[in-house]
Design a protein around this ligand. Structure first.
Ligand code: PLP
Length: 406
């Protein structure tokens, strides 16, 4: 017998449909230089500090005196210390080392965290949404029944220009709420006040917030919280996911971390005391995960050195210059654009009456530009396309020249 929940998964043809259309277009027009603003992957190399740290770690592996085998499942203390000291302390957040779990990236933890939660929990996500939140809950049997384009146990919270991309607090009780800020795909952020409203809701409703801060490094404005734990009470209701993928080009290296505060407690169902989510996650990781490689963790540690910080700033700055430039150009051309100020994504409103896919096709066929149709991330993404700033500066410039000819 198989886990039949997998059969309930709705196939997403988004990226394969895009790839097919792009392939067909290139075959018809081999002379055209097609520019991709669609990819969610970085293009700049790793910071030099990380490269040097990795070389050094490889050399350590070459000698029996410094060789390392299995590491701690939770991650090495040198990296956990660097995280607590650099990512949290300056923001007024005190964390113990054992509240930080090093991972091989945010996607795995985001999908796996459900192991420690009851499959009867109800789920809330924004629409449009990073699809992993939904599909991982379908796999574990938490999503319920799929009918009329909706899951019976998942509440979709629409975000669009109409509500300024701020999801309304649900009228009903939801057990697990996924929030992603800066947001993929819309590139929008929540202010401290807006995020506080969610923390208050979660504390009142005894809900758990899964806070995905994979794009934290792109925040430019001082009033935008970098971590949910800047909000009082968040340690009692939120788990935070972080990733070095977009921060430091680790999409292929694989490293991130998850914070599970020890203040996250639930009454023990057997009536005796309380259960710490931190202890459950620790147990889960020790059983199913054998740690991120030593070499990778040394590379991640190097992000926090003065050189590493400067190099990360430079690369993030490069992508954000792309984002700012494209935003300005598109606004000049009369488009309505969102995001792109604290995130590497621009969410572009399609011209009146043109669907996401129709505008995608137009941009591909008339300009040779690849974008991502917003509707692929959820029904409320209809009428938008996503542009990423992860490409080369020259390509972004050329893309905007082409937009001007439309
Ligand atoms: N969370 C969001 C919102 C993302 O967009 C991504 C990757 O695109 C991830 C998590 C996964 O990141 P990682 O590479 O750390 O697995």
């Amino acid at each position: 017998m198989i886990n039949q929940n997998f059969l309930k998964l709705q196939s997403s043809y988004l990226f394969s449909d895009i790839a097919k259309k792009v392939k067909a277009f290139k075959a018809e027009h081999p002379e055209k230089n097609v520019i991709s603003l669609g990819i969610g992957d970085v293009t700049q190399p790793l910071p030099q500090a990380c490269i040097e740290a990795m070389h050094k770690a490889v050399d350590e592996m070459a000698s029996s005196a410094t060789f390392r085998g299995y590491g701690p499942e939770q991650g090495y203390d040198f990296l956990r210390e660097a995280i607590v000291k650099n990512d949290y302390k300056p923001r007024g957040v005190q964390l113990d080392l054992d509240e930080v779990f090093i991972s091989d990236g945010a996607k795995s933890d985001c999908g796996n965290i459900g192991d420690i939660l009851d499959t009867r929990c109800s789920v809330g996500v924004t629409d449009p949404v990073y699809p992993v939140y939904v599909d991982s809950n379908v796999m574990s049997g938490r999503a319920g029944v799929f009918a009329d384009g909706k899951w019976s146990n998942i509440t979709f919270l629409p975000v669009s220009a109409d509500n300024h991309f701020v999801p309304a607090l649900p009228q009903e009780h939801i057990d697990i709420i996924y929030l992603c800020y800066p947001n993929n795909p819309t590139g929008t952020v929540l202010t401290r006040q807006q995020l506080s409203a969610w923390v208050e809701y979660a504390l009142r409703e005894k809900s758990l917030i899964m806070y995905d801060a994979a794009y934290e490094a792109y925040i430019q404005h001082d009033d935008i919280p970098h971590t949910i734990y800047e909000i009082p009470g968040a340690k009692q209701c939120a788990i935070e996911l972080r990733s070095y993928s977009k921060t430091a080009g680790f999409t292929g290296v694989r490293c991130g971390y998850t914070v599970v505060p020890k203040d996250l407690k639930v009454p023990n169902p057997n009536g005796e005391g309380e259960v710490l989510l931190n202890a459950l996650w620790n147990r889960r990781q020790c059983t199913k995960f054998n740690g991120t490689s030593y070499i990778t963790q040394r590379a991640a540690e190097a992000i926090y050195t003065p050189e590493g910080k400067a190099q990360v700033r430079q690369t993030v700055g490069y992508y954000m210059n792309n984002a700012n430039f494209m935003r300005q150009e598109l606004i000049k051309l009369g488009y309505e654009v969102f995001g792109g100020t604290d995130a590497p994504y621009i969410w572009l409103k399609t011209p009146e009456g043109i669907t996401s896919w129709a505008f995608f096709d137009k941009l591909l066929h008339e300009l040779g530009l690849v974008t991502t149709p917003g509707v692929g991330f959820g029904p409320s993404g209809e009428g938008y396309v996503r542009l990423t700033a992860f490409g080369k500066k020259e390509d972004c410039e050329e893309a905007m020249k082409r937009f001007a000819t439309l």
